[in-house]
Design a protein around this ligand. Structure first.
Ligand SMILES: Nc1ncnc2c1ncn2[C@@H]1O[C@H](COP(=O)(O)OP(=O)(O)OP(=O)(O)O)[C@@H](O)[C@H]1O
Length: 255
């Protein structure tokens, strides 16, 4: 097996008296789709927040792409290629669809103010590439015809796809999706499943997913990690997880 892209050990996050995450470990191999599941309040989003630098973990080690990143600020983690979506859609709603994709790239582009003011050849090339990447990903998520519409005029499922495109234009190494199927209808969920599979199979993207839709999780994941009350409960393939009595008791039995 190759070196994991993400290797988390002993991750702990305390909020006052509450141990929201307690010794979570997680390993994600390049090119895998790994899902993190667990009942409401299990600590899944808190794990995401620790990984992406939104929270400074109380303890543990996070190795991403060969480098320890625990405690690193969010913008640095993002620049290293760990990009996420949120449980609730977070787009620049007044901006157009394509502007959302261009702004996302500007945050990652290697240009400075002077280069922008004088429109140097390097700056113009970066702008051109950003536009081409935006067009490419708008095609992939079937939103090209809406490129010039304000993002808030899109249907909910389309906004969700735009969020994924906004991550993809930054060329991430690890794409982290927090409940991407929440609020989607069955057809939109099927489209989402096809899109996530395409990201792995055709673009070699590694995906870490938090999701409550068990049908989606079981059909798409290479590996599943279950946490319960902040603690690791089980890890394995979808078939192993489906048959794990602890998981059935703690989680699947509830749904
Ligand atoms: N900033 C915070 N301050 C205090 N407590 C928090 C904070 N963020 C999360 N928590 C608590 O940590 C625990 C885990 O919450 P978290 O949102 O990570 O769970 P989750 O597994 O993502 O839940 P869900 O599936 O419902 O989204 C909960 O008890 C929550 O109330």
């Amino acid at each position: 097996m190759s070196r994991p892209l993400l290797d988390v050990s002993g991750l702990t996050m305390r909020f006052g008296g509450l141990l929201a995450v307690d010794g979570v470990h997680l390993s994600v191999q390049p090119g895998q789709i790994v899902s993190m599941i667990g009942p409401n309040g299990a600590g899944k989003t808190t794990v995401f927040n620790c990984l992406t630098g939104f929270y400074k973990p109380s303890g543990g080690k996070i190795v991403f792409d060969g480098r320890e990143i625990q405690g690193m600020p969010g913008f640095k983690v993002a620049r290293r290629g760990m990009i996420r979506t949120f449980q609730h859609v977070r787009l620049f709603k007044e901006m157009t669809v394509v502007e959302n994709l261009l702004v996302a790239q500007h945050q990652h582009m290697n240009t400075n103010l002077l280069a922008g003011l004088f429109k140097t050849p390097g700056y113009r090339r970066s702008e051109q590439e950003a536009m081409e990447r935006a067009a490419y990903w708008l095609d992939r998520v079937e939103l090209r015809e809406f490129a010039n519409r304000p993002a808030n005029t899109l249907a909910y499922g389309q906004q969700r796809r735009l969020e994924i495109a906004r991550c993809m234009v930054t060329q991430p190494k690890l794409l982290m999706l927090d409940e991407p199927a929440a609020g989607l209808n069955p057809k939109e969920t099927d489209d989402l499943k096809a899109l996530i599979s395409e990201l792995r199979d055709e673009h070699q993207i590694t995906v870490l997913l938090i999701e409550h839709d068990m049908k989606l999780v079981m059909s798409i994941s290479d590996h599943i990690v279950v946490i319960n009350q902040g603690r690791p409960l089980a890890a394995g393939t979808p078939d192993e997880i489906k048959q794990n009595p602890d998981v059935i008791k703690a989680y699947l039995g509830e749904t």
